[in-house]
Design a binder for this molecule. Structure first.
Ligand code: FES
Length: 86
């Protein structure tokens, strides 16, 4: 599987997926990404889901790139001095 994939949440935009990945629907059927790097919609407004079509810009979608706070389970484990599971 090579080096795996990198998924980057872009500020106010999509999830950019780079690297060695497979895109499948919830039934496991392959979705042809059509390219090696894809942008997946996270604003919910794209007309070509799961791909981004740029609508996030017109819809005023706003989200940070990094998490604004840790996931609840990770925060609880951190407070308990234990590492978060993979
Ligand atoms: S993130 Fe681009 S259309 Fe939704």
């Amino acid at each position: 599987m090579g080096e795996g994939a990198t998924i980057t949440p872009y500020r106010d935009g999509p999830l950019i997926v780079r690297g060695d990945f497979r895109l499948v629907d919830q039934d496991g059927a392959e979705i042809d990404p059509g390219r090696k790097t894809v942008a997946l919609c996270r604003c919910g407004k794209s007309g070509i889901k799961p791909f981004c079509d740029g609508t996030h810009k017109r819809s005023g979608f706003s989200a940070p790139s990094a998490p604004s706070r840790p996931r609840p389970a990770a925060a609880i484990l951190h407070q308990a001095g234990r590492p978060a599971p993979d």
